[in-house]
Design a protein around this ligand. Structure first.
Ligand SMILES: *[C@@H]1O[C@H](CO)[C@@H](O)[C@H](O)[C@H]1NC(C)=O
Ligand SMILES: *[C@@H]1O[C@H](CO)[C@@H](O)[C@H](O)[C@H]1NC(C)=O
Length: 304
């Protein structure tokens, strides 16, 4: 045993000298402090470099087909009542969702921004499947709507008009998601009930007896797909206040599919987008530009 310890002692490359032979100098102390600091800084910076996440970006061609695109949104209209505003979505493949209600929550808010009521959307009017009048014309200004409705719709209609009256001056916060085909399309928030008439998308605005709609809005959130670290959604917290009495607000969105692979190899399939915006003012009374907030999106076939 002693022999083994002896051999280990032989391996000591720093033979110790008796304390009496030490002499500590001022310069030695300073050098010790400086070198300790330098060593500490080097250690911290190396450690940080080691822990730092590096994001690698790759561009690949997206060959997937027939997938769905989930659009998450949260938008507040401070001057548009919940029963007035409806949401429609359509795409170039011909798929349409008129007056979308599932997966959507509307919150009535008063002029101070306080929430009055939260509802899984059922606040809107009954869905109108048929044109307003059989001959396809628009309603006269003083014609009652019910005359052109069919059967049971009449009663629902009266409740609807009462609701519009009750909610006058309120705003609306709408949030939820849309599940659409992953092709180009558009969705819009617009006053009035929408329906198809000879393949043209029409909004019925007559019932409101109103000449103009204030489509001021704040986009609290708009995302195409799930969140992933580093994603920038350029429309989050964007606010727009309407000055002109009448018009439509358009967002043209380019969506780029994105796959995020994290350090554990977990992949998040999502999207990023860029946007340009445009306000089209119209003249009161002339239904050229449908009042509303329109989002048109195109999908790019690369993934980032
Ligand atoms: C609209 O009102 C005018 C004047 O009151 C009346 O002559 C006309 O018949 C009304 N139109 C309809 C469709 O009720
Ligand atoms: C529309 O509503 C917003 C917010 O309530 C307000 O600031 C703006 O002045 C209104 N615009 C018009 C034309 O009334």
């Amino acid at each position: 045993m002693d022999g083994l310890f002896g051999k280990l002692r032989q391996l000591d490359v720093y033979p110790k000298i008796n304390e009496d032979f030490y002499s500590r100098t001022l310069s030695g102390g300073i050098i010790t402090i400086i070198s300790s600091i330098v060593m500490f800084l080097l250690f911290v910076s190396e450690l940080r470099l080691y822990l730092h996440l590096v994001t690698e970006t790759k561009l690949v061609v997206d060959t997937s087909r027939g997938e769905r695109l989930r659009i998450n949104f949260d938008i507040t209209f401070p001057a548009l009542a919940c029963s007035i505003v409806s949401l429609d979505a359509m795409d170039i493949s011909g798929e349409e969702h008129l007056d979308v209600k599932h997966d959507i929550i509307k919150r009535r808010i008063d002029s101070h921004g306080n929430v009055i009521e939260v509802r899984q959307d059922g606040i809107g009017a009954p869905k109108i499947e048929k044109p307003l009048q059989r001959h396809g014309g628009r309603l006269e200004q003083n014609e009652t709507y019910c005359g052109s409705c069919y059967g049971a719709e009449v009663c629902k209609r009266e409740g609807f008009l009462q609701r519009i009256k009750d909610e006058d001056g309120e705003g609306c916060n709408i949030y939820g998601f849309l599940d659409v085909n992953r092709v180009a399309g558009n969705f819009h928030f617009a006053p009035g009930k929408s329906f198809e008439q000879s393949n043209v998308h029409v909004h019925d605005l007559q019932a409101f007896q109103k000449e103009s709609f204030n489509i001021s809005h704040k986009i609290n959130k708009l995302a195409f797909g799930d969140y992933f670290p580093g994603v920038i959604n350029p429309l989050d917290s964007v606010q727009w206040l309407q000055q002109a009495p009448y018009g439509m607000y358009q967002y043209f969105i380019k969506v780029v599919p994105s796959i995020y692979n994290d350090i554990n190899g977990q992949a998040i399939q999502s999207n990023q987008f860029s946007v340009t915006e445009h306000f089209r003012a119209g003249e009161v009374g002339r239904i050229q530009a449908l009042p509303g907030v329109f989002f048109s999106f195109m999908i790019f076939l690369q993934s980032r």
